[in-house]
Ligand binder design. Sequence first.
Ligand SMILES: [Fe+2]
Length: 144
Amino acid sequence: MTYDFNITFDDNLLTGNRTIDAQHKELIERIRNFVVACQNGDSKVKAIKMLDYLDEYTDFHFKEEEALQEKAGYPERDRHHEKHEEFKKTIQELHEYLRDSEGPTEQFSELVQKNVVDWLFGHIKTFDRSVAEFIFIRENPDRI
Ligand SMILES: [Fe+2]
């Protein structure tokens, strides 16, 4: 079975916060590169390298997003932080899975689709959108 991964940033994923949206574009790009490396049957080393790039940017982005929340006094930060930790744990688990296997398999791709792609898209449309809205209202009190 081949998966029709549609891992591109489109308007459905916009939150309205420019910083967050720009970082999501980069994050999704790195996810796509990782998935492509897995699908092409590239070497395990290449897949791990792409996962490392993804991991690196995930850390950067989550820190930035959490700093924005802190600065704005966003009330749901703890719950949001927990979600970010959940995703970081997933990346860690994928890393271990890859390391201990012969390379990316079909089952692995399913895991990536569910726990990385679907998870992130869902997170952006709910958790991140709510952050962006809160920041917008904070910064534009007269526009509502
Ligand atoms: Fe987030």
